[in-house]
Write a protein that binds this ligand. Structure first.
Ligand code: SF4
Ligand code: FES
Length: 369
């Protein structure tokens, strides 16, 4: 059996932003009983023993955890490479110094647009100027910086400006990730999905920038799978290389798997090793035996693993079906109809986006938000 090399630690779902494409669960209040510092430290040790090398600290907003520095120091002590995925709200010079002293390896800052009013509108709060200042501080402190932008109908026409901003900030890497429709993004799918014409223009801009910036800045462009012939090899296969731990200790093969009607697994009840090796959840879609046709007899079944289980469930109500993104899927019409609506339907505005709600913390939460 493969060992996991990456773990996404969703430290808290508390977040000062209200992004309408957030992939966090809709029932945020169910996650208030967050793991304590000691519980996270145990989970990190178990993860390292299981083979994990890269730790992605995310949320919500991980800076909302007052013990983030302690968690980073423990991870570093175990030899894990640590990547902070943050809105940067809460990243003061003092906290940045504390995180550097703790051994944080890499910082990834999200930005919503290259223009303050639009960025703040999508984030649902004033944040653009702080993000730009935080990105400069990260570079001044000699950390590697990734700028992360979720791309959708309302910012895709600004990809050129976003690339210019990343270059001006000295980012080592920019990730332009077309929205994946889970959580709040699923709720906002109609208003978020770009048109084919918008995608064509954005891809041309990215191609030109890649040539111009080769060797200077890495540009990752994640295509929108609704427009693809084949689905994405989601998570490099179910239970193959990655795992996610949620704020209250749930363990999932991917961040969206909380939507699936499958047995649960928690670090509060079982070891990470048992969950990875033995749990019904992680074994449910491992390998290819679970596959129905057309995947079962398809020569791409070990390339894309039948696509995304969460997307199959979201679109068809059955997580074991072929991902409807695949043009060979008997359910492909569900995707084709959504694409048609995005190209022929009425033009949605930013005002049509439903913002992610803010969470309220329980009094004993380690989160300072
Ligand atoms: Fe992938 Fe299944 Fe489509 Fe084949 S039929 S390309 S394995 S999703
Ligand atoms: Fe869950 Fe793809 S997001 S399997």
């Amino acid at each position: 059996m493969n060992r996991p090399y990456g773990m996404l630690a969703e430290l808290t779902y508390g977040c000062p932003l209200h992004c309408p494409y957030c992939s966090n669960p809709l029932n945020l209040a169910d996650y208030r009983e967050e793991l304590t510092t000691a519980e996270w430290q145990r989970v990190l040790a178990e993860a390292r023993a299981l083979g994990v090398l890269q730790l992605h600290l995310s949320g919500g907003e991980p800076l909302g955890r007052r013990d983030l520095e302690e968690i980073v120091a423990s991870a570093r002590g175990l030899g894990l490479y640590t990547n902070l995925i943050t809105s940067s709200l809460g990243l003061s010079p003092q906290r940045a110094e504390g995180l550097r002293a703790a051994g944080l390896d890499h910082v990834q800052i999200s930005i919503q647009a290259d223009e303050p009013a639009l960025s703040d509108r999508i984030a649902g709060t004033t944040s653009y100027e702080h993000k730009v200042a935080a990105a400069r501080m990260v570079k001044e402190m000699d950390w590697p910086l990734t700028l992360n932008v979720v791309i959708h109908r309302h910012n895709i026409d600004r990809v050129g400006g976003l690339l210019d901003l990343a270059e001006e900030l000295g980012a080592d890497r920019i990730e332009l990730a077309n929205t994946q429709y889970y959580g709040w993004a699923w709720r906002n799918r109609e208003a978020l999905m770009p048109s084919r014409a918008q995608l064509g223009k954005a891809e041309a801009v990215v191609r030109a920038a890649r040539e111009r910036l080769e060797g200077k800045m890495e540009i990752i462009y994640v295509i929108p799978d609704y427009y693809s012939l084949y689905p994405k090899p989601c998570m490099d296969g179910w239970g193959q290389r990655q795992l996610t731990v949620t704020p209250n200790g749930g363990v999932l093969p991917c961040p969206a798997a909380h939507t699936l009607e499958l047995p649960r697994a928690s670090v509060r009840e079982s070891s990470l090793e048992w969950i990875w090796d033995e749990s019904p959840l992680f074994n449910r879609f491992r390998g290819t035996d679970w596959m129905p046709d057309p995947c079962r007899s398809c020569d791409r079944r070990e390339i894309d693993f039948g696509g995304c289980r969460c997307q199959a469930f979201q679109l068809t109500g059955d997580a074991a079906r072929t991902d409807p993104v695949c043009h060979l899927s008997p359910d492909h019409d569900l995707v084709a109809d959504a694409v048609r609506a995005a190209n022929e339907g009425p033009e949605p505005g930013v005002a049509d986006l439903i913002p992610r709600v803010r969470t309220r913390k329980s009094s004993d939460s380690p989160t300072g938000l």
